[in-house]
Design a protein around this ligand. Sequence first.
Ligand SMILES: [Zn+2]
Length: 151
Amino acid sequence: MKTNRFMEMALDEARAAGERGEVPIGAVVVLDGAVVARAGNRTRELNDVTAHAEVAAIRMACDVLGQERLVGADLYVSLEPCTMCAAAISFARIRRLYYGAEDPKGGAVDNGVRFYAQPTCHHAPEVYSGLNETESAGILRTFFAEKRELP
Ligand SMILES: [Zn+2]
């Protein structure tokens, strides 16, 4: 199994999001081998449907670096990004996208609209999938299984 220390940090963020009652997805932005930002889903906490882990991490990284784009930065996220996040990753000029588990239902990279393969996409990151895949999928599965058990 492919594992990676930055992906492990993204999984820590995913678990922390789950503990806050959010869908457990986490993301980390890395530039020149250093973590610039790490975030989990915050949609419930902020009442903000755009507060997915990837968008939150990109916002934080741009804020920390004081710049609009993240040229040369890499993003690690536990689950295949959705259409909104795939677009945000493109707009931020992320160099490499690493994701854990595929998301056949909501993903937009290797599933769904395959955002980066569209002629309207002007910057596509290099994509690496399947990092810590089993663990990533397991965190989500456990979260939704526990939710179903609630009264
Ligand atoms: Zn998203």
